[in-house]
Design a protein around this ligand. Structure first.
Ligand SMILES: NC(=O)c1ccc[n+]([C@@H]2O[C@H](COP(=O)([O-])OP(=O)(O)OC[C@H]3O[C@@H](n4cnc5c(N)ncnc54)[C@H](OP(=O)(O)O)[C@@H]3O)[C@@H](O)[C@H]2O)c1
Length: 278
């Protein structure tokens, strides 16, 4: 049985991956994973390929064991693994709740690592792993520090894994977008200091990120940079002193960009757009 596994398929980028993979690949089944079963069912209803809904809270201890047991029982051939489940929280490290801090690490790092580790034995030549990192993986971001550090982990882990799996011809791509219009932003703002970051300029649509990521993964690229901003950030992170990077970020993050018909920054993510809306 040839399958794809997509975590975070209930919204945003993961949902777009599910819809795009459904159209692009000929698979026997696509496993959709996240907490909200109803939302996963909504994604599944838009797909032609058979789906399996796996509602799991990846922040919980050993939550990925469900997935591991299912793999052991069904022994599928995994063509694609997309690790898109993840979240961030805005605010100073001290003001972010212990629960949010721990869960960011659990979902963004621990679950991604363990799911990847358990899926690899079921992947063969031509298989591919796509891990959602972020443009923030290249830098340290005050008031988004835990999140950006988790994404640095995802980036470094993915690059090392790409090399380890080279001989088995399984590809690994770390995807690094800047802001993407999804539930990610309201989730990140839902903290005592949620307005520590207000500047969502250069925001892109989930399907823009997904189209580029799939294209880059098919080309065998280890790194998929979505648009110009991640390229600029990556470059500046190498040549600019860290205190200058922090100075720029601390000035930029507080600038609220107002909506305009030409540039609907807020309404873009509030509307949860999908490609059929455009
Ligand atoms: N949006 C951005 O600006 C942006 C930029 C760079 C990178 N990224 C990364 O891209 C990935 C996708 O983000 P997105 O923009 O699509 O955000 P999103 O719309 O909020 O989607 C996040 C997904 O992760 C799932 N998730 C969150 N916590 C979970 C948990 N404890 N257990 C299981 N699933 C969980 C959510 O599903 P449930 O709520 O149903 O569990 C949802 O499907 C994330 O890794 C994010 O860090 C996003």
């Amino acid at each position: 049985m040839k399958i794809a596994i997509i975590t975070g398929a209930s919204s945003g980028i993961g949902r777009e991956f599910a819809l795009a993979i459904d159209k692009k690949y000929s698979l026997d089944c696509i496993w959709l994973i996240s907490r909200r079963a109803e939302k996963l069912k909504e994604t599944a209803a838009l797909m032609q390929t058979k789906t399996e809904i796996i509602p799991v809270d990846l922040a919980q201890d050993n939550s990925y064991e469900n997935i591991q047991n299912k793999l052991e029982n069904e022994k599928p051939h995994i063509q694609l693994l997309v690790n898109a489940a993840g979240f961030g929280k805005f605010g100073g490290t001290v003001t972010i709740s212990d629960e949010d801090a721990e869960n960011m690490i659990n979902v963004n790092i621990r679950a991604l690592t363990m799911i990847t580790k358990h899926c690899i034995p079921y992947m063969a030549t031509g298989g591919h792993i796509i891990n959602m990192a972020s443009a923030s993986a290249f830098v340290s971001l005050p008031h988004f520090g835990i999140y950006s550090a988790t994404k640095s982990y995802v980036l470094q882990f993915s690059l090392a894994l790409a090399n380890e799996l080279r001989n088995s011809c399984v590809g690994v791509t770390a995807v690094c977008p800047y802001w993407v219009a999804s539930e990610f932003i309201p989730t990140a703002q839902d903290t005592p200091d949620g307005d520590d970051i207000n500047n969502f300029m250069f925001i892109t649509y989930p399907f823009t990120a997904v189209d580029k990521a799939l294209c880059d993964s098919e080309k065998g690229k280890m790194l998929s940079l979505i648009g110009m901003i991640p390229k600029i950030i990556k470059c500046l992170s190498k040549i600019m002193p860290i205190h200058c990077q922090h100075l720029i970020w601390n000035c930029m993050r507080k600038i609220t960009v107002q909506d305009s018909p030409q540039y609907p920054v807020q309404s873009l993510w509030q509307a949860q757009p999908d490609r059929s809306d455009l």
